[in-house]
Design a protein around this ligand. Sequence first.
Ligand SMILES: Cc1cc2nc3c(=O)[nH]c(=O)nc-3n(C[C@H](O)[C@H](O)[C@H](O)COP(=O)(O)OP(=O)(O)OC[C@H]3O[C@@H](n4cnc5c(N)ncnc54)[C@H](O)[C@@H]3O)c2cc1C
Ligand code: FES
Length: 261
Amino acid sequence: MRQGTIINNVRLKDDYYKVDFFAPEICASARPGSFVHVRISGCGDHILRRPFSICNVNESGELTVIYKVVGAGTEALSRLKSGDECDLLGPLGKPFSRPLDDEVPVLLGGGYGSAAMFMLTKESKTPGVALLGARNSKDILLSAEYRAAGFDVRISTDDGSDGLKGRVTDLLPGVLKDYAGRKLHFYACGPMPMLLALAGLLPDLGYPESELSLDHLMCCGVGACFACVVKIKADNADGFRYARTCSEGPVFRADQVYLEK
Ligand SMILES: Cc1cc2nc3c(=O)[nH]c(=O)nc-3n(C[C@H](O)[C@H](O)[C@H](O)COP(=O)(O)OP(=O)(O)OC[C@H]3O[C@@H](n4cnc5c(N)ncnc54)[C@H](O)[C@@H]3O)c2cc1C
Ligand code: FES
């Protein structure tokens, strides 16, 4: 457990905020896809921590999280000011793999999932593709930052308020066509329905090794309580076992995810 002193905590747009913590020990071992479990000071609920993906770290020991205000915890976090402190546990979880030099990373992000994958832009030798999808333009995050990192950014929204009108999966055919002959590696983070759709789709397209960060409600965050389990394929009578997303994930291979019939 480490103290994270807030450096900045600002509204990015609508319900989204960006908080920078001074947390050098966590920054030293943070990887794309890992998360911090935050005890939010000033939150009426002092027991439960809240998990947030690490969006970015720098050599000065600053750790960035982008979060959406959805309930009491994130609302309390949004009221904290520079100099306030939170307890941070982390970095936690199994992160994304490092992109290989000859691979084009294709990132599929829904909502804050775009923030959860942002550090892959630093680990990738080859500029990749960022497919950012959301219900509407308010939930599209970091498009300018991905472009600045050299990524080919393509956007979809359910209501057509930004980019293609449709689902983020509707952007896949264009990428497969434009990058034909290149070695693609898919990474995804976002709402569970999007991830389950990708777990069905990507192996069928020939990409079973695609990596999905499964977002599930969490409690302890360290593998002790089994509050965060998902079904993962297993060689047993049921065909699945329960895996803890906090310690065995949150990142799983697409072909490991058990899909209900
Ligand atoms: C590994 C991981 C990484 C995450 N990273 C981020 C991040 O970078 N940015 C961010 O904004 N959020 C992230 N989340 C979700 C975030 O943890 C929740 O939004 C937060 O805990 C809500 O706390 P709250 O007290 O404000 O809301 P609560 O009062 O606890 O919940 C409000 C509403 O949000 C729903 N909710 C809570 N947690 C989740 C969840 N995990 N998935 C879907 N719905 C949820 C509840 O069911 C409820 O409807 C992450 C979750 C996980 C598991
Ligand atoms: S949250 Fe307790 S085991 Fe995952």
